[in-house]
Design a binder for this molecule. Structure first.
Ligand SMILES: [Zn+2]
Length: 514
């Protein structure tokens, strides 16, 4: 007996023991059977709800293996300065801020995000003087599309205590005018410092943002997310819990802990009386960075951090972009495994943007999971083709190479850095096309089915949840997405036009196209 039956569907189960089906039967929040339309009568009782899918494709709900939900929520209630929102010059930035300043009382913070200097006519970051021209009555904070740089106006700089005399913090950089030494307002890798000085958005504003973000995620068929924010700790956990309890957030959340919070981690603060299928901890995030010229954290420190995480039974999730940092991440995991061998550790490298074939083999041999962002190829590919040095470009997001080397690759959006849409990721991974139709390493194409698996089973593996998610199989959670085209049958270009029709989570319809 089933509570819900979907039939007349093109079911891509992503389960090799039974790859296709027409019918899915669900009881409570679990899939109880997958079969043919003829089976309908067997499951249908008086109270069974049925959905006639009219031949539409049904897939396991998408899993976004790396995103930043708090930033996504915040971004939906702050000024959007992305190029796609008609921000193509610094004067466009100024116009948007001007409009905002006219609606806010003086003294109120103006926050904007998503600007991308590559797409600004001036090809540079806005600076304090550009912002001062608009208003001196409001402190302004702009966040770069990557989240790793910010721009403040003079009032904001004063309020957070940055002046000519302020030295650069250990891992950050205060950009300065070469002649006068005066801070230009552009700050690199100082997000944590700024968060400690600038009042956060109020809860009711964030709640509004999370409701918008939730609707977007569901409208793209995303039923699970893995939050990779490096400042995650007990406060973020409580916020996720509140969002789950109030019903503002539907997708299941696996939250990584930031490495600082991990050092003060106490088990009893987390997961007690929490439904782990809805909200759980997964891994510890460490950012490996060399933008300030030296590797941070240093290798010895990193080795001990990873070993500590490894010993505690957590997954280490190492943010590494350049080949050098990927190699370092790799050797830190190797170090931990030498000290304490463990076969199924599932340590992860987040991004792994540049990776040569020998390095891919090494990752595979060590059992490291790579969490990639295929849609960057579409959204940022044109910039990569023009700015990434040739040596690195030839190994950029080498997804085919990684898969052929035996690496388990999970996919993600890194939203709000890129839009959440997994189907855009499937398109980008299988076409390698940029937004303007240029190819980025065609030889690294994978099939749409392989790409779908990266948003399904492989992403589930990345949090040890493949027994619950990632395929449409009896016993698994009833998280499904109904879409209006079959990505494995359509011409490539049409994959990115596929729309989600319905999203089912825990056996309930949580979103439907109207
Ligand atoms: Zn990220």
């Amino acid at each position: 007996m089933a509570d819900l039956v979907l039939f007349n569907a093109n079911v891509m189960t992503m389960d090799s023991s039974c790859p296709t089906a027409q019918l899915i039967a669900i009881q409570d929040n679990r899939i109880i059977a997958v079969g043919k339309d003829d089976d309908l009568r067997e499951f249908q009782r008086r109270n069974t709800k049925t959905i006639e899918c009219r031949g539409k494709t049904v897939l396991p709900g998408f899993i976004d293996a790396h995103c930043h939900l708090h930033a996504l929520a915040e971004s939906r209630v702050t000024l959007n300065l992305e190029p796609h929102h008609n921000v193509r010059s610094i004067s466009d930035v100024q116009t948007k801020i001007k409009a905002s300043s006219q609606q806010l009382p003086s003294g109120a913070w103006i926050r904007g995000r998503g600007y991308n200097e590559f797409y600004l006519a001036e090809k540079r970051h806005p600076n304090r003087w550009d912002l001062d021209q608009v208003t001196s009555a409001h402190p302004i904070k702009l966040t770069h599309r990557t989240g790793h740089a910010h721009v403040l106006n003079s009032l904001a700089l004063k309020m957070v205590g940055i002046s000519n005399e302020t030295p650069d913090p250990p891992d950050g950089l205060i950009d300065r005018d070469v002649k006068t030494g005066e801070p230009t307002g552009v700050l690199y890798r100082m997000g944590d410092y700024l968060s400690s000085k600038i009042p956060p958005l109020e809860n009711h504003q964030l709640d509004q943002g999370i409701r918008i973000a939730n609707d977007e995620l569901l409208s793209m068929g995303i039923t699970s997310i893995q939050d990779a924010s490096s400042h995650n700790g007990i406060d973020q956990w409580k916020m996720f819990r509140r969002w789950k309890d109030t019903g503002f957030l539907n997708p299941r959340v696996a939250m990584m802990l930031g490495s600082e919070s991990f050092s003060v981690y106490r088990k009893e603060d987390f997961e007690t009386q929490t439904d782990k299928s809805q909200l759980r901890l997964s891994g510890v995030k460490i950012i490996l960075d060399e933008t300030t010229g030296h590797l941070s954290p240093g290798l010895a420190e990193l080795n001990e951090m990873v070993l500590k995480i490894h010993r505690s039974g957590f997954q280490a999730c190492l943010h590494a972009v350049e080949e050098n940092t990927v190699e370092t991440a790799c050797s830190a995991i190797e170090y931990a495994l030498r000290k304490l061998p463990k076969s199924d550790h599932r340590h992860r490298i987040e991004h792994c943007s540049v990776c040569s074939p020998p390095l891919a083999k090494k990752l595979a041999a060590l059992g490291i999971i790579v969490v990639t962002q295929p849609s960057f190829i579409y959204y940022s590919g044109d910039r990569y083709l023009r700015t990434v040095p040739a040596e690195e470009l030839k190994h950029l997001y080498p997804i085919r190479t990684l898969l052929e080397s035996g690496v388990k690759v999970a996919a993600s959006s890194d939203c709000p850095i890129a839009p959440e849409n997994p189907l855009m990721g499937v398109y980008a991974a299988s076409s390698r096309m940029t937004e303007t139709g240029e190819a980025v390493l065609s030889e690294e194409k994978i099939t749409p089915e392989e790409a779908l698996r990266m948003y399904g089973e492989n992403a589930a593996r990345a949090t040890f949840e493949e027994h619950l998610k990632g395929s449409i199989s009896p016993g698994k959670l009833a998280d499904l997405v109904v879409i209006n085209g079959d990505p494995t049958k359509l011409p490539f270009n049409e994959i990115k036009e596929i729309k989600v029709e319905m999203t089912i989570l825990d056996g309930e319809i949580v979103w439907e196209r109207r």
